[in-house]
Design a protein. Structure first.
Length: 140
């Protein structure tokens, strides 16, 4: 992808660099990347982002339970809100529910909420590239 369409790839890299420059915590970015990648079924991205989350200090227990976050006590209110929004934006079919957006607006300030949404959009773009080009995680 980066050799066949380098300008498009550079544009997505620029968006990723923007996300890295925001106030989003590493933990929040990792949760967004992992959960969107799980929902989309991008094995390459799930592998990469769970590895990155471990390196950043995320616990195995929390990583294993991201896919069932609603049924565990391991995630705080902000994280639960971000995970719910990640799922709804990833699976968007018309709009995010009023309940989810209202909760996000209550728990996150306006700028942080906008940054969360941009991070969700960015990982979804990467997931679609990974899935469309059949990227596979490395064996080592």
């Amino acid at each position: 992808m980066n050799t066949a369409e380098p300008a498009g790839y550079r544009a997505l890299i620029a968006l990723e660099k923007y996300i890295e420059s925001t106030n989003l915590t590493t933990r929040h970015k990792d949760l967004i990347k992992i959960r969107a990648s799980q929902v989309n079924g991008c094995a390459f991205c799930v592998d990469m982002h769970t590895t990155d989350a471990r390196k950043a200090g995320e616990t195995e227990r929390r990583i294993y339970n991201i896919s069932v976050w609603r049924d565990t006590p391991f995630f705080d209110e902000q994280e639960r809100t971000i995970l719910a929004l990640t799922e709804e934006v990833t699976l968007i079919a018309g709009r995010v529910s009023d309940e989810t957006y209202k909760k996000a607006a209550e728990v996150l300030d306006e700028v942080y909420l906008a940054q969360v949404i941009m991070a969700i959009i960015t990982i979804n773009a990467w997931n679609r590239i990974g899935i469309a080009t059949e990227l596979q995680p490395p064996l080592n």
